[in-house]
Design a protein around this ligand. Sequence first.
Ligand code: TXA
Ligand code: MG
Length: 327
Amino acid sequence: MSYVKKNLDNHKMNAYIEKAAQLLRQGKLVAFPTETVYGLGADASNRAAVNRVFAAKGRPADHPLIVHLASLSQLDEWAQNVSVDAIELARAFWPGPLTLILQKKSHVLPEVTGGQDTVGIRIPAHPIAMTLLRLFNGGVVAPSANQFTHVSPTTAAAVQEELGDKIDFILDGGECKVGIESTIIDMSGNEPIILRPGMISAQQIAKVLQRESVAIKQSSTTRVPGMHAVHYAPTTPAELVDTQRIPALLQHKEYAFITHTVFDAPSDVTIKNLTKDPVHYAHDLYRTLRELDHLPIKKIIIENVPNTPDWEAIRDRLTKATSALTV
Ligand code: TXA
Ligand code: MG
């Protein structure tokens, strides 16, 4: 497995991406940058390649994968009975951080959809991803390029750390712009429902659909051992704590902190202040969790974020990252 550094000129960049497309055609696993997080790509029509994705990630077979496409004109090859509303969303937000759950075409492999009759589709907005998908000219499954339950990678180095010995190639596109995974909306039934909040908000979606609101499915955060409650989680225990409880905890040198409020902390305490702007916060969150995870600390304390719609996706990820611990 190898990954080449960026700063290639245009010609070399195209050859670099063409090599990755060729590997996909051969059924190999190629990690690539998207605007949200890095994906672990494989040919969505190649059963053996799709199975290797599950094996590399240690992911249970009933967790369906998102099929990534280069253009809206390919949608008909993968989905059927696509509603006018779904097309409206695709036109408004693609290429971009939105995944549509649609009724699948019968040929779509059950391995891709976890045996369901729906398929997740996304056209990503990253230039390297777009070139790769255009050159490959087919559907590419791409779950986040991390071990199952771990934090999604937002750099090529993080992919290397998660999956380096298990995959064939990593395309390095620098740091991902959005920083958390796409918004997933189920458009396969009568009512749209958001299955995973993301930086495209329920309000933005409602506006395009000319509705007052769009429902967000409450994610299961039950703390049941052995279930899939722990997701997007660092390996160091992490705990979500209300702002007023932080000052007392800052006395613990064996803890590290992620905050958005500025605290008067002792100088030897590790504290990462991620702005009060949710867009920047999302961009920095996974990189920061990963950095802190490398430190010899006992716990990561995360300051609770505002209970407002613009923090919805971040609240969702923080709840999942901390769901193994009772506060
Ligand atoms: O931003 C993203 O979406 C990234 C980048 C690489 O595109 N991908 C990503 O994939 O986050 P993954 O596999 O880590 O998460 C996909 C989620 C899973 O929770 C899966 O259950 C859900 O999408 N999903 C996929 N197909 C589905 C379907 N047919 N019905 C319901 N949920 C589905
Ligand atoms: Mg994932």
